[in-house]
Write a protein that binds this ligand. Structure first.
Ligand code: IMP
Ligand code: MG
Length: 179
């Protein structure tokens, strides 16, 4: 723990579990008749969410990952998105669900959507666990949102602060310790 800080719970394990079941159901219903869904997790932050989400989706699917980094060791978006890993398969003609941990400025998702357009998918839907609308800089259509949150820098359940805290089973944030 960082000196002088304390960890507060914003979204508990039980709340996450319940909401993710509902998201899985909504994605299942919206994609009835799709022969095979391609669920793409944006690494690293979405790894835990994706693992729970795919188990709540009752459809034939394949799972793929891509890696981007936009933050470095800072807590503010740089606006510069770097691919750290590309998809392992083509998405041409496929029905894709892009899964993010959090949409903050929206720069990462806008960049990914533009990039995906050039690859010729049949459709692209966006699913994010968390959305911080207060910082959003570009208009985005988000198809499935878990929780809309205030402007906290959140950690846990896959999300990091300088690579730490990803293993927390809940979504939390650090505040100054009150004496
Ligand atoms: P955006 O490009 O500003 O929308 O930021 C998207 C990426 O920044 C997310 O996929 C996260 O990896 C990271 N990010 C944004 N807000 C937070 C936060 O509160 N905690 C941890 N990571 C964050
Ligand atoms: Mg992310």
């Amino acid at each position: 723990m960082i000196e002088g800080k304390e960890l507060k719970v914003l979204i508990s394990e039980a709340e996450l579990a319940e909401r993710i079941q509902a998201l899985g159901k909504a994605i299942t219903e919206a994609n009835q008749g799709v022969e095979c869904l391609t669920v793409v997790g944006v690494l690293k932050g979405s790894f835990m969410f994706l693992a729970d989400l795919v188990r709540a989706i009752d459809l034939p699917m394949e799972v793929d990952f891509l890696g981007v980094s936009s933050y470095g060791m800072e807590t503010k978006s740089s606006g510069v998105v770097k691919f750290t890993r590309d998809l392992s398969q083509s998405i041409q003609g496929k029905h894709v669900v892009l899964v993010e941990d959090i949409i903050d400025t929206g720069l990462t998702m806008s960049y990914l959507l533009e990039n995906f357009k050039t690859r010729g998918p049949a459709s692209v839907q966006v699913c994010t666990l968390l959305h911080k609308p207060c910082n959003q800089e570009s208009a985005l259509d988000i198809d499935f949102t878990g929780f809309t949150i205030d402007d906290h820098f959140v950690i846990g359940y896959g999300l990091d602060l300088a690579e730490r805290y990803r293993n927390l089973p809940y979504i939390g944030y650090l505040t100054d310790k009150t004496a």
